[in-house]
Design a protein around this ligand. Structure first.
Ligand SMILES: *[C@@H]1O[C@H](CO)[C@@H](O)[C@H](O)[C@H]1NC(C)=O
Ligand SMILES: *[C@@H]1O[C@H](CO)[C@@H](O)[C@H](O)[C@H]1NC(C)=O
Length: 202
């Protein structure tokens, strides 16, 4: 229920400009270290959402942004990597929604459970799935994610990783457009800066 009320507060509070003091207390008590430094409204759990990337320097087609899905990042011994990329470039959507759970991300309703990896500079936001049947528990994922409410009450909350919501880019990697955290400056021609908006899903 906390997650639902946070969602309502962060995403659809268009007519509710001020939060109730009770909501603030509940939120502060429940939020873990992945939200440290991100303000009193930050939340580390929200159920069944999707992400969309909004350009911060280029014009956008709309205020939602381009939808993100879990693109494949290659298969290695017994594991497959998934990472956020644009639906437009990947063209498939194996995980219809995600949930933020105690600072990690669960990929919902896909064929295989996945676990969030730590995110390094100049790297994608990635997840590991098993290809040999060995169990993967999403609860073991890195607890590094946090939702940050929009300053505009009608706006979408944004995703932060490692305490930072302002360092994401979409970068071209082959045919895919992949989300990269702290993209290297020498890749700038292949990248454009975005924020990752948290969109309620049905
Ligand atoms: C952001 O800009 C890029 C590059 O011009 C464009 O391909 C993309 O569609 C834009 N995103 C949105 C959400 O409009
Ligand atoms: C917003 O624009 C993107 C293209 O950048 C498109 O894929 C998406 O469907 C649009 N979303 C809405 C809600 O219109």
């Amino acid at each position: 229920m906390i997650a639902l009320s946070l969602l309502a507060f962060g995403l659809t509070a268009a007519s509710t400009v001020t939060a109730s003091p009770t909501a603030n207390i509940a939120r502060d008590a429940a939020v873990g270290p992945s939200c440290d430094g991100l303000g009193a409204g930050a939340f580390d759990s929200v159920s069944h959402v999707t992400l969309a990337a909004l350009n911060t320097t280029l014009p956008n087609a709309n205020s939602t942004g381009t939808p993100l899905v879990l693109a494949t990042g290659g298969a290695f011994a017994n594991i497959e990597i998934r990472r956020f990329g644009t639906w437009a470039s990947f063209g498939a959507n194996d995980y219809p929604s995600i949930s933020l759970v105690d600072g990690t991300i669960y990929l919902n309703d896909g064929l295989k459970p996945a676990r969030a990896s730590e995110v390094q500079d100049a790297s994608p936001l990635s997840f590991v799935t098993s290809t040999n049947g060995s169990p993967i528990d999403p609860a073991d994922g890195a607890q590094i994610y946090c939702g940050v409410p929009s300053a505009d009450p009608a706006g979408f909350a944004t995703l932060a990783v490692n305490g930072d919501a302002d360092s994401f880019s979409i970068c071209k990697e082959g045919y895919q457009q992949v989300v990269i955290y702290k993209a290297e400056a020498d890749r700038n021609e292949a990248c454009y800066p975005v924020k990752l908006q948290i969109i309620p899903s049905n």
